[in-house]
Design a protein around this ligand. Sequence first.
Ligand code: NAP
Length: 286
Amino acid sequence: MGVKLAGKPVVEYLREDIKSRVAILGEKNSHPTLLLIRVGEREDDISYERSILKNCELLGIKINVKQLPIDVTMEEVTNVFAEANTDKNVHGIMIFRPLPAQLDVDVICNLIDPAKDIDCMNPINLEKVFEGGSTGFAPCTPKAVIEILKYYEIPLKGANVVVAGRSLVVGKPLAMLLLDENATVSICHSRTKDMPSVTSKADIVVAAIGKAKFMTENYFSQDQIVVDVGINDDGNGKICGDVDYDAVIDKVKAITPALGGVGLITTTILLNHVVQACEKFSGVIE
Ligand code: NAP
């Protein structure tokens, strides 16, 4: 039976680290502060906002929520970003997406100061991920995958890692972060020929294809580590991953669950970025 790689201990570990850094910043009279921008009243956004508020309180991070009406104009949004970018008391900025049609998301992504872009919206931060060297803010989900692997002390240097999925939010940046860890990385996608023959030879397989329980036991082999990024509806109203967890756990060495796995860590990564932004601003780190 393979081991379940739960996200909870990773979150707890990261939280302790964040709390101690927030305390150090507090001694210098610096208080990490997040500006959250919400357009309209989407239920998903409100629920994510609640979770961020709760986590900020727990970690001692200040948060301001800017609520904008659903019919807000580009000019108004531009002004909000201009103000937040120059506000010395705001260290991280995030806007919930998707945005209503009158707002041009590509323009908005470029409005945010890269130094405050904790959710990796600005192409400058994505570019830094591809350059390597972790000087910017990487997208939270790929970062969560790296954190989970590191926490469970899974060697990445020289490891053969297959990433299934090549989206710009998960697959591609994750491949770059893994390269930065000196892994040997292959990327699979919808046109890959005979994907099981590729994935079954890897040391580590990361599934990020967005297809419920698509990767069954024939995709895997003994001694493998499997990280399932997928969050899908299984057709019966339950959450499931891209990997058929029940069929695979007996075959591999270890696997993350769809619920309580990678997804559990992403908010903590986001808030870690706020603290990092504040540390850079205060000169605590370079
Ligand atoms: P996406 O933009 O839809 O991209 C899916 C990728 O998977 C594409 O590159 C696609 O290939 C590839 N793909 C699709 N079907 C395939 C198949 N049959 N065989 C091989 N590759 C296939 O999805 P995403 O945004 O990257 O998200 C991926 C999954 O992660 C989703 O389940 C999503 O809900 C989940 N997710 C989880 C978190 C979290 O916090 N845990 C965050 C973000 C996303 P092509 O490029 O060839 O089309």
